[in-house]
Design a protein around this ligand. Structure first.
Ligand code: SF4
Length: 396
């Protein structure tokens, strides 16, 4: 895979060495077992795959290069470049401005942006509507586009489904930049609808055989279906794509659910006419990181630590998996760990940061901590968390 030139501050010599060693001994990426890092008083069971993915490294390399090459231009990012506060804060310090927040709320009016300015499209991609605005302003899109190729792959898949007259069901989070971009592109190719989870998928499926009134569809899925969508007509022939960072098992469950439903309504013989049996559109990094996390779950440990941005979808799914077995602390960086008895960590269900007792409550000779991080987390941030834990474990 291509090597990128990312700033030194995001690298870690220790983590880099571990990754390199594991890569050398497992070129075909068949071994998902974790690595063991042993320190005085604490062992870390570290996931086989974690940290900056292809799309993130590509975006980071491009953005820092643009900053170096155009010191005198106004440089904007449509929104956060990736969902990591350490990286985003550094970009803000370097003078980059975010036009929108992650939910699409405008912070800098389009009128303030001119053709002299540089507007960078983040790794999640953007909507056709925003591309149109940039073109109308004579702002180059191609030169400053960091859209991940794995996101474009989803757009291509939805285009193919649309060409064959399938309605595109997108398994994703409607407010997430990537899903907004995918929805915009897929709506251009065919009827499209977003479902958040299996619960919403099951609800949607009830409109196929008209079990629920149309009005209910329009209120429940408001803002999540393409123009002119008729649930009694447009769910007759469907295919599923997904946000690249969803939970693999859930996407498969959704896909299987629609397949079974179509088979039940139209019969096995006619299934192909009503359901496009395609593979999911999760990216390789989501698959690798989730598989490596499932391997972590076969291990024993006192608790788990997951490092990453609190709005990072792929990181949240790692937390979701690990908390099925371990007490799990989700921290965005080292600053959230205060002492042996105080850690500030994000609760993905309550959607808020909580403060808890930390390692002081574990009465053990040597701690064993399960650890990983998301695809947008720099190795250096993970390294700092490990170093801080080692330090406080060994404090008198
Ligand atoms: S998580 Fe996947 S889709 Fe997203 S930037 Fe990384 S490689 Fe691309």
């Amino acid at each position: 895979m291509k090597k990128f030139d990312i700033p030194e501050k995001y690298k870690s010599s220790i983590i880099g060495e571990i990754k390199e060693k594991r890569k050398e001994s497992d070129r075909m990426k068949k071994d998902f077992s974790p690595s063991l890092l042993e320190f005085e008083g604490v062992d870390f069971v570290l996931a086989r795959h974690f940290g900056f993915c292809f799309g993130v490294e590509n975006a980071v390399e491009k953005v820092y290069r643009i900053l170096d090459e155009y010191p005198d231009n106004n440089i904007y990012l449509l929104s956060q470049m990736i969902h990591n506060p350490t990286v985003n804060e550094d970009l803000l310090d370097r003078g980059i401005q975010f036009i929108m927040d992650t939910k699409g709320n405008q912070h800098i009016p389009w009128e303030d942006i001119t053709s002299e300015d540089i507007v960078i499209i983040p790794a999640f991609g953007t909507t056709l509507e925003i591309e149109k605005i940039l073109r109308e302003k004579n702002i180059s899109i191609e030169n400053y586009d960091t859209t991940c190729p794995f996101v474009e792959k989803v757009w291509n898949r939805s285009e193919k489904l649309g060409e064959k007259d399938y309605t595109i069901i997108i398994h994703g989070k409607a407010a997430h930049e990537e899903t907004r971009a995918t929805f915009s592109h897929s709506s251009e190719n065919g009827k499209s609808i977003i479902v958040k989870d299996i619960k919403e998928a099951k609800l949607l499926a009830q409109f196929i055989d008209k079990q629920l009134p149309k009005e209910y569809f329009y209120s429940f899925f408001e803002g999540k279906y393409s123009d002119g969508f008729d649930p009694y007509i447009d769910l007759d022939r469907v295919g599923v794509v997904n946000q690249t960072t969803m939970l693999a098992t859930e996407t498969h469950e959704i896909s299987q659910y629609f397949k079974d439903k179509m088979s039940e309504i139209y019969g096995e013989k006619d299934l192909k006419n009503h359901f496009a049996d395609t593979r999911d559109t999760l990216c390789y990094a989501t698959n690798d990181n989730q598989k490596a996390t499932l391997e972590l779950m076969k291990e024993e440990g006192d608790f788990a630590v997951v490092v990453g941005g609190y709005n990072s979808s792929n990181t949240m799914h790692l937390v979701e998996l690990l908390e099925q077995k371990f007490g799990t602390f989700f921290v965005q960086n080292v600053s959230r760990i205060e002492s042996k008895s105080c850690i500030n960590h994000f609760d993905i269900h309550k959607k808020e940061e909580l403060t808890s007792d930390f390692i002081s409550k574990f009465d053990t000779k040597k701690l064993r901590i399960i650890i990983t991080c998301g695809a947008s987390c720099p190795d250096s941030v993970l390294n700092q968390v490990i170093e801080k834990i080692v330090k406080i474990v060994n404090e008198a």
